[in-house]
Design a protein around this ligand. Structure first.
Ligand SMILES: *[C@@H]1O[C@H](CO)[C@@H](O)[C@H](O)[C@H]1NC(C)=O
Length: 323
């Protein structure tokens, strides 16, 4: 072996080692992992290996439409180092209920940009009163599953955050109806399901889980100023008892979206999530003047998550997505 050849071998070897040990979410994309499924409590890739999705939620479609663009979605992958984006489509507040065509077009733009950028995408029915809008939700998921259900990129989230209502008599029957609509068109992409009290009352779900379905996961939302070790303990327990959990939304601050950023508690959450190979999606791609925003005011869409436009929260979240 001559020395030039050895050097080339060494470079190839070190590049491949670096690649295979990287957890930079920007490198763990759809072309690598393919169709996802749920094995026990673990999200797995097309080869049955554990996979972790790390990324960003867009802000409410009705209030940050300027970031529901292909340029933002490209930047969510390239600059926010994400392999997933969540399309948080507003239902109320002049959202889908009153402007279904506009909202559907925005969601389709994001889904198609996610496919073009090789990342996973969550079609999120971003509602606090899903049980009051069942027919509209069925119509939305019927259309989305019919048009995009064949793409491995797509993940459904049927109900953002139920409030303090009953799991067994209200939320569970809602999900069962929506699952049936989705499964008529799409037999296997993952479906995410919300639970009472902002996706934190997972004990109610554990007592009465949905039966006879595959590739479903329950969502957990957390905000470290409000939710600490007690919530990790609760969720650890439901996972130990077999419930698959997906963090479709979390912030670095309080649930109000503003105020103090708790970097230390956020780090504890990330450590626990990584240990359990759980997926997590940060709230939010926004330049609103509040702590949860990943960007500072006036950030152009194509500059999403570039260093000079990152907020205090963004400076924590983007390096975490890269780890
Ligand atoms: C968030 O808090 C900051 C600091 O108190 C304040 O200036 C800002 O207006 C708040 N944002 C919103 C959206 O209320």
């Amino acid at each position: 072996m001559n020395s030039a050849f050895s050097l080339i071998c060494l470079v190839i070897l070190s590049v491949s080692i670096q690649y295979s040990s990287s957890k930079d979410a920007a490198q763990e994309t759809v072309s690598k992992h393919g169709k996802l499924s749920v094995n026990g409590i673990q999200l797995v890739n097309q080869n049955g290996e554990a996979v972790q999705l790390k990324g960003m939620s867009l802000f409410w479609s009705v209030w940050m439409p300027q970031y529901w663009t292909p340029a933002t979605i490209a930047a969510v992958h390239d600059n926010c180092h994400s392999n997933i984006v969540r399309a948080a489509m507003a239902v109320e507040y002049d959202g889908y209920l009153t402007n279904p065509a506009t909202q559907m077009q925005m969601v389709e733009t994001v889904i198609e940009a996610a496919i073009a950028n090789d990342i996973y995408v969550i079609a999120d029915w971003h509602d606090w009163h899903g049980e009051d809008h069942v027919e509209q939700a069925k119509g939305f998921f019927e259309q989305i599953s019919k048009k995009y259900g064949g793409y491995p990129n797509l993940i459904y989230e049927t109900y953002n955050e139920p409030l303090d209502i009953s799991w067994s008599s209200v939320v569970k029957p809602y999900h069962e109806q929506i699952i049936q609509v989705i499964r008529a068109n799409d037999p296997d992409n993952v479906i995410l399901l919300g639970s009472p009290h902002y996706d934190q009352e997972l004990d109610q779900v554990l007592a009465d889980p949905i039966q006879g379905q595959t590739n479903i996961m329950y969502t957990l939302h957390f905000y470290p100023v409000d939710t600490k070790q007690w919530l990790r303990d609760r969720i650890q327990n439901v996972m130990n008892n077999g419930l698959p959990i997906f963090v479709s939304e979390y912030g670095t601050c309080a649930g109000t979206g503003n105020g103090t950023i708790d970097a230390a508690e956020t780090a504890l959450w990330w450590q626990w999530l990584d240990q359990n190979q759980m997926s997590y999606v940060n709230w939010a791609v926004s330049d609103k003047d509040e702590s949860a925003s990943v960007m500072i005011a006036g950030t152009p869409d194509y500059m999403t998550c570039t260093d000079e436009y990152l907020s205090e929260s963004g400076k924590l979240v983007v390096p975490q997505n890269k780890k």
